[in-house]
Design a protein around this ligand. Structure first.
Ligand code: FAD
Length: 355
């Protein structure tokens, strides 16, 4: 499996990658789609806005047990993703992570042009949208006037950590990302101030203990409170006003602000691709799981049809049928026969399990 993570957002668009199939979304449905296409001899590219595969399982509940995956009486959510990644490995999908698909346009020659936020472009003969509840977006600092500083002085992820060394940093949040980065920047930045709204932290207890040690030693600052306003001058953010839990407000001078409040899914660009949409989902038929545009399929939580249930096993079934439809779409002259993995030499060869 080859993986490409966004390194240069906004880079000039390169020549499009020509592909038989592009899958938008690397949640359980998108990953199993790779498997079902692979069995039929179709290689796939997979794009996800997150930096890791797994969708909701990895992002929202990695440590929780799942009890309704067939033949696995209990399976951790991250464990399920790891098992899927192992299962699809023989088909060597190319993963394009940390980039959102922002454009999807049918072309005159029947193919589809996709473009990502990182400048990657594809010309695909078939597309599967496995976008779940949408693309995961960072929860933003809810302070008036802060948006204009986004990506310059206000950040929701760290890119090029070294560029913040020697600067005055304000970090908001109480989870692992906030604590990990506060600890990482401590001693490298000119100053680090961590702000969290309540005394309880979601981060690993060892990280919290280390942060408290550093605060006690005067090597970083900690404040319990929430962002309440911005102070700017000449187009530059100078300070964030923080309302402390006792109601007092303090202005914290800063060069860069990081907020790590977690991610939430948003339908986002999928809604702008000219596809029929019903209640924030893509209506599909239940034979091909095809959307209102032939050649574009939708599987998993993103689709809707009579009786739809947003369950992982529904996505698995949908991926199997979509793969058959895509195989017929790519090779209309060739009938796609049902074969069993138990007995099919060609499928076993593709799986790498036969001599
Ligand atoms: P998702 O898992 O949502 O993945 C979609 C992916 O697409 C995301 O990674 C997203 O970043 C990406 N994406 C979206 N738009 C774009 C774009 N434009 N460009 C690039 N990437 C994009 N189901 C069960 O069957 N059993 C359970 O026990 C169970 N427990 C659950 C517990 C919790 C707490 C939650 C929140 C859900 C649970 N579910 C359970 C539901 C299950 O997780 C979902 O049905 C499943 O994740 C759907 O898979 P998916 O691949 O369709 O979408």
């Amino acid at each position: 499996m080859s993986t490409e993570i966004e390194t240069n957002p906004g880079a000039a668009a390169a020549a499009p990658i020509e592909a038989d199939a592009v899958i938008v979304g690397a949640g359980p449905a998108g990953l199993f789609q790779v498997f079902e296409l692979g069995l039929l001899g179709i290689k796939a590219h997979v794009v996800d806005s997150l930096a890791h595969p797994g969708g909701q399982c990895t992002e929202l509940y990695p440590d929780k047990p799942i009890y309704d995956i067939p033949a696995l009486p209990i399976c951790g959510a991250q464990e399920l993703v790891d098992r899927l990644l192992k299962q699809i490995a023989p088909f060597e999908p190319t993963m394009h992570l940390g980039q959102e698909v922002v454009e999807l346009q049918p072309q005159a020659d029947g193919r589809f042009r996709l473009a990502t936020s990182a400048g990657t472009a594809f010309l695909a003969r078939a597309v599967v949208i496995a976008a779940g509840l949408g693309s995961f977006q960072p929860r933003r600092l809810g302070v008036e006037g802060i948006d204009v500083f986004e990506n310059h002085q206000v950040h929701y992820r760290v890119r090029d950590a070294q560029s913040y060394h020697g600067q005055r940093l304000l970090i908001f949040g109480g989870g692992d990302s906030a604590l990990d980065w506060a600890l990482d920047f401590c001693g490298k930045a000119a100053s680090v101030t961590l702000v969290h709204r309540r005394p309880e932290f979601r981060a690993a207890p060892a990280s919290v203990a280390r942060m408290q040690e550093l605060v006690a030693a005067g090597r970083m600052q900690y404040l319990e409170g929430t962002a309440a306003g911005v102070r700017a001058s000449g187009g530059r953010l100078e300070a964030i006003s923080v309302k402390r839990s006792d109601g007092t407000v303090v202005d914290l001078d800063t060069d860069h602000v990081f907020a790590f409040f977690g991610l939430h899914p948003k339908l986002g660009p999928v809604a702008e691709w000219g596809l029929a949409i019903e209640k924030k989902a893509l209506p599909v038929d239940t034979a091909k799981f095809q959307t209102s545009i032939p050649g574009i399929h939708a599987v998993g939580d993103i689709n809707t049809y009579p009786g739809k249930k947003k369950l992982i096993l529904s996505g698995f079934h949908e991926a199997a049928l979509a793969a058959f439809a895509i195989a017929e779409h790519l090779n209309p002259a060739r009938k796609v026969h049902l074969q069993y993995t138990t007995t099919s030499p060609i499928m076993q060869k593709r799986l790498g399990v036969s001599g």
